[in-house]
Write a protein that binds this ligand. Structure first.
Ligand code: CTP
Ligand code: CA
Length: 234
């Protein structure tokens, strides 16, 4: 209750948050997906709404249990593939003050989606090869079209290589995307995904770490919101 009473510091802001993982069809029954549950994005959306923002959650295959946590006061739009997500973001971003891309977007899609289910009979003993084509970088596009006063925020889940830090990777990625803030967290086979807890650091346009947080995804969401409001007020 104290946390809720503490601040309506995001009041008046329109925030669009993407969450979950896109799915790229192979045929009518199969897809290429990823392990994002959508929990981090949902936590950001919920926290922003509780702090007074007008929030739209763009859900790309968010686990139902996580989507329920978005709760009242958050409008929800759905997107299946990266292309659908790109279209919804293009529609909503122009009137948003803050855009947070927490969705795990497929980097590639299948070049020729099969009209009918692929069968072993038709393959006749030869394992199929999928040809992939690159999807548009939604976040980089949003950053390029950023309006004055608009804040564009990305997320990156990284598995650092030996001899390299999470921060170094994050700084490179933030520059590449051209975003105002990049929230970076370390993932592996066990960390990051399908878990309630999370640890992240937030990098700004001066390559400075402006927030670090660990704990429940709600806690890290609050820290990210603090960082967003801080960069907007300077
Ligand atoms: N992202 C996006 N569109 C894509 C790929 C990623 O908008 N086609 C966004 C994600 O939503 C996230 C950020 O970019 O906010 C970083 O995603 P990530 O997969 O780490 O970036 P990539 O540029 O795809 O780099 P990598 O090769 O490490 O996957
Ligand atoms: Ca990627």
């Amino acid at each position: 209750a104290r946390a809720l009473a503490r601040r309506a510091d995001a009041a008046g802001l329109r925030i669009v948050v993407s969450a979950g993982g896109t799915r790229e069809p192979i045929d009518p029954v199969r897809y290429i997906g990823n392990r994002s549950s959508g929990r981090q994005g949902v936590a950001v959306a919920r926290a922003a709404a509780d702090r007074g923002a007008e929030v739209t959650l763009v859900a790309a295959h968010v686990e139902e249990a996580a989507l329920v946590d978005a709760g009242h006061g958050v409008s929800v739009r759905r997107a299946g593939t990266a292309a659908e997500l790109e279209a919804v973001m293009a529609e909503l971003a122009p009137r948003a003050d803050v855009v947070v891309m927490a969705a795990a977007v497929a980097d590639y899609r299948v070049a020729d989606v099969a009209e009918r289910k692929l069968t072993k009979e038709a393959a006749a003993g030869v394992a199929p090869t999928l040809t992939l084509v690159e999807n548009a970088d939604i976040l980089a596009g949003l950053a390029e079209r950023r309006r004055p006063g608009q804040t564009i925020v990305g997320f990156a889940a990284e598995t650092p290589a030996p001899g390299e830090t999470l921060l170094e990777r994050g700084i490179r990625k933030r520059r590449r995307k051209g975003v105002d803030l990049l929230a970076v967290n370390e993932v592996g086979w066990t960390e990051g995904f399908e878990r309630a807890d999370n640890a992240l650091l937030v990098i700004d346009a001066h390559d400075e770490v402006v927030a670090t947080a660990s704990g429940a995804k709600r806690e890290t969401a609050e820290a990210l919101l603090d960082a967003i409001l801080a960069v907007r007020s300077r």
